[in-house]
Design a protein around this ligand. Structure first.
Ligand SMILES: CC(C)(COP(=O)(O)OP(=O)(O)OC[C@H]1O[C@@H](n2cnc3c(N)ncnc32)[C@H](O)[C@@H]1OP(=O)(O)O)[C@@H](O)C(=O)NCCC(=O)NCCS
Length: 182
C-alpha cells in the first residue's frame, strides 16, 4: 500500500460484527445491486449481512474470519468455512472462501491479495487441501482476480435465494501446491 497508515490484518473478534455487517452490506450492494434494489434482495441482505449473522459466524467452530484495517477502520475481510464440500470442487479436503470483500475506495491496493493469501494460509493450516469459491458469472473483476492467482474454473453452479437462481462459477485452487507461485 502506498504512503499512509499501514494495512493491518488480524483475526476478527466478536466486537467487529457491526462493522463487518455494514461493510459487507455496502460491498454486496455495490457488487450485486447494480440495477437498483428489489424486495428479495433487500430481505436477503438484511438477513445474511446482519450483525447477528456475523456474530454467529464468529462463534462458529468451522469459520475463520480475518479483517483488514487501515487507521483503525475496517476496509475488507475474508471469511472461510472449513470442511465445506461442493460437488464441483476437485478432490481433497475442502474449505470454502465464502466472502472476500474489499471496500471500493481500497480496491486496487493489494488488500484483496493480502486477504486471499491469509485465507489460503488459514485453510491450509486447518488441514484443507482445496480452497473453492463461487463468484457470480457477471463479476468480471473477481473472475480475473482469482484467475491471476491460480484459481481454476470447474464449472457452472447456482446460487438460490428467495426463489431466485443466479449463475456462479466454481473456482478452486489446490493448497498443497507452493502458495502464490503464479
Ligand atoms: C475482487 C476483490 C476482492 C479484489 O480486491 P482488491 O483489493 O482490489 O485486490 P488487489 O488490489 O489485490 O488486486 C486487484 C487487481 O486489479 C488491479 N486494479 C488496478 N486498478 C484497480 C482498481 N481501480 N480497482 C480494482 N482493481 C484494480 C490491480 O492491479 C490488481 O491486478 P492483478 O490481479 O493483476 O494483480 C475486490 O475487488 C472486491 O472486494 N470486490 C467486490 C466484492 C467481490 O466481488 N468479491 C469477490 C467475490 S466473493
Amino acid at each position: 500500500m502506498e504512503d499512509g497508515p499501514p494495512l493491518i490484518l488480524r483475526q476478527a473478534q466478536h466486537e467487529d460484527a457491526p462493522c463487518l455487517a455494514v461493510l459487507a452490506t455496502q460491498v454486496f450492494m455495490d457488487t450485486y445491486a447494480t440495477g437498483g434494489v428489489r424486495p428479495t434482495m433487500a430481505r436477503e441482505v438484511l438477513s445474511a449481512y446482519s450483525t447477528a449473522a456475523f456474530e454467529s459466524a464468529l462463534a462458529a467452530e468451522n469459520t475463520r474470519l480475518w479483517v483488514a484495517e487501515v487507521d483503525a477502520h475496517l476496509v475488507g475481510f475474508a471469511q472461510v468455512r472449513l470442511d465445506q464440500a461442493h460437488e464441483l470442487a476437485p478432490a481433497g479436503r475442502p474449505a470454502e472462501l465464502l466472502r472476500l470483500y474489499v471496500q471500493e475506495p481500497f480496491t486496487g491496493r493489494q488488500v484483496g491479495t493480502a486477504l486471499l493469501r491469509q485465507a489460503e494460509l488459514l485453510a491450509r493450516d486447518a488441514g484443507a487441501a482445496v480452497l473453492w469459491l463461487t463468484p457470480w458469472v457477471h463479476n468480471a473483476r473477481a473472475l480475473a482476480f482469482y484467475a491471476r492467482r491460480g484459481y481454476a474454473d470447474h464449472g457452472l453452479t447456482w446460487f438460490h435465494f428467495e426463489g431466485e437462481s443466479h449463475p456462479n462459477r466454481l473456482l478452486a485452487r489446490m493448497l498443497a501446491a507452493p502458495l502464490h507461485a503464479v
